[in-house]
Write a protein that binds this ligand. Structure first.
Ligand code: COA
Length: 110
């Protein structure tokens, strides 16, 4: 089950629950129609079961935005595949954003 927790005027977290246990979560920020993915994490033993896809789809379907933006490490193949599969496209790069690694900025327009 996915539950939404509102943190303040701009921020919220979606939790993927199994009973009382949180298996994964997705933090978002929504300002002026731009929805930022702040954090996405699935417990290691629960990965590759579609949990991140469910969390992302919940946000994509339920939130009121004009575009979604996120930053991902160029070497994070799992996350890059996930976002590409969900229809995000690369719009720019930020070099040395993660230490030596580059951040890929991705976007999905509604
Ligand atoms: C990235 C992460 C959130 C994916 O969560 P997940 O629940 O395992 O993802 P899903 O099961 O929904 O997988 C969706 C798609 O992502 C891709 N993917 C996920 N894990 C993958 C892996 N180990 N290898 C290759 N592709 C992978 C695949 O395209 C997959 O679709 P498929 O299973 O039909 O091939 C998870 O690995 C994680 O928490 N990583 C650490 C934190 C992190 O990097 N967060 C993203 C920061 S931008």
């Amino acid at each position: 089950m996915i539950s939404k927790e509102i943190l303040n005027d701009t921020d919220a977290v979606y939790n993927f629950m199994d009973g009382e246990k949180v298996l994964g979560y997705l933090e978002i920020r929504l300002v002026d129609g731009v929805l930022d993915i702040m954090n996405l994490f699935v417990n290691e033993e629960e990965r590759r079961k579609g949990i991140a896809t469910s969390l992302m789809n919940e946000v994509i379907e339920k939130e009121d935005y004009s575009r979604i933006m996120l930053e991902v490490n160029e070497h994070n193949d799992e996350a890059l595949r996930l976002y590409t599969k969900l229809g995000f496209t690369e719009i720019s790069l930020r070099e040395r954003y993660y230490g030596e690694d580059t951040a890929i900025i991705m976007e999905k327009v509604k």
